[in-house]
Ligand binder design. Structure first.
Ligand code: ADE
Ligand code: ZN
Length: 327
């Protein structure tokens, strides 16, 4: 009881959450209705019932369907504001949030509407809840590299609103070597870089993402577990792993929370933190629920929890002189 209270009270940083993955079914319905976008569900409850997955790909198929409701600046504002409101009671101090512009711009939504709607939500949430935030433009591997590059070039006009570039969607058939030019361009713009790697991909994908793409963080990273040399590389290069314990179990990526490599990575002195990935598709499990799930199933020590909270701050892209406020 007191240990769970301690975990609840720990100052938290969320580094791996997809805004479109925080779209609760009620809001999906509301936005679909006002935009006249048909969705193949009769009620929010229907969407919840459909949110049972046997694989990452099954999840992604439902998830990208949900993206189609978004059209206007207000939609993106409502999405991000609802997220901040939901997490405002869990001592979240700072969030670096993925948005998946390609799914929207490829349907004709102007990038400006997306970025500015989200940015205005961030500004308002800081005023209302005291949570600071940054946006990460998350590229999608189910579109070709040329499409990623086109978007990045457009995004340069909104550079001041974008802290970094990430990459997600399935790794199947998409080795990191395909994206060297993309990541070089992002780094040349002064953007931070991270990538989903080693979710279903092998340890070589984690190594190549570090060595060829220069990722500063590794999103998921559990595939590294089978090659101790790659785990050591994560630790030596101080590439922190943003783990998503509930997501991994619900997408059948790991058998259970204790069977994920959390213990292995802590013992190998990797930086790790816990995150929610796509909370609305996983039974409304936000960052607090992920922390609590790990404690209930693994019982980490107080010292380990303090380290994890600190790792999250270390791995964030908050400027050094602004970090004190996160402690
Ligand atoms: N996009 C949202 N969640 C994701 C996940 N778990 N893996 C890959 N892409 C994603
Ligand atoms: Zn993710």
């Amino acid at each position: 009881e007191t240990k769970l209270q301690f975990i609840h009270d720990l100052p938290k940083v969320e580094l791996h959450m997809h805004l479109e993955g925080s779209l609760e079914p009620e809001l999906m319905f509301e936005i679909a209705k006002r935009n006249n976008v048909p969705i193949p569900f009769d009620s929010p409850e229907d969407i919840r019932k459909a949110s049972v997955f046997n694989s990452l790909q099954e999840f992604l198929d439902l998830y990208y369907l949900g993206h189609k409701v978004f059209r206007t600046r207000r939609d993106f504002y409502d999405l991000i504001y609802a997220y901040f409101k939901r997490v405002s009671t869990g001592n979240l101090r700072h969030a670096e949030l993925f948005f998946e512009a390609q799914e929207h711009t490829n349907r004709g939504v102007p990038l400006e509407e997306i970025v500015m709607g989200l940015h205005e939500g961030c500004v308002q949430a800081e005023k209302d809840f005291g949570i600071t935030s940054d946006l990460i433009l998350c590229l999608l591997r189910h579109f070709p590299p040329e499409n990623m590059m086109d978007l990045l070039k457009q995004a340069v006009a909104f550079k001041q609103y974008i802290k970094g570039v990430g990459m997600s969607s399935s790794e199947a058939g998409c080795p990191p070597s395909l994206y060297v030019d993309i990541f070089q361009f992002a780094k040349d713009q002064g953007w931070h870089v991270t990538s989903h790697t080693g979710e279903i991909g092998p340890p070589e994908y984690v190594r190549d993402s570090i060595e060829l793409l220069g990722i500063e963080r590794c999103d998921h990273g559990i595939g590294a577990r089978s090659d101790p040399a790659v785990v050591k590389l994560l630790a030596d290069k101080k590439v922190g792993v943003t783990m998503c314990p509930i997501s991994n179990v619900l997408l059948k990526v790991t058998e259970s929370i204790p069977y994920s490599p959390i213990r292995q990575y802590l013992d190998a002195n990797c930086k790790v933190c816990f995150n929610s990935d796509d909370p609305s598709y996983f039974g409304s499990t936000y960052i607090d629920e992920n922390y609590v799930a790990v404690e209930k199933e693994m019982g980490l020590s107080v010292a380990e929890w303090v380290k994890i909270a600190q790792d999250g701050i270390d791995m964030s892209w908050v400027e050094q002189d602004e970090r004190k406020k996160l402690q």
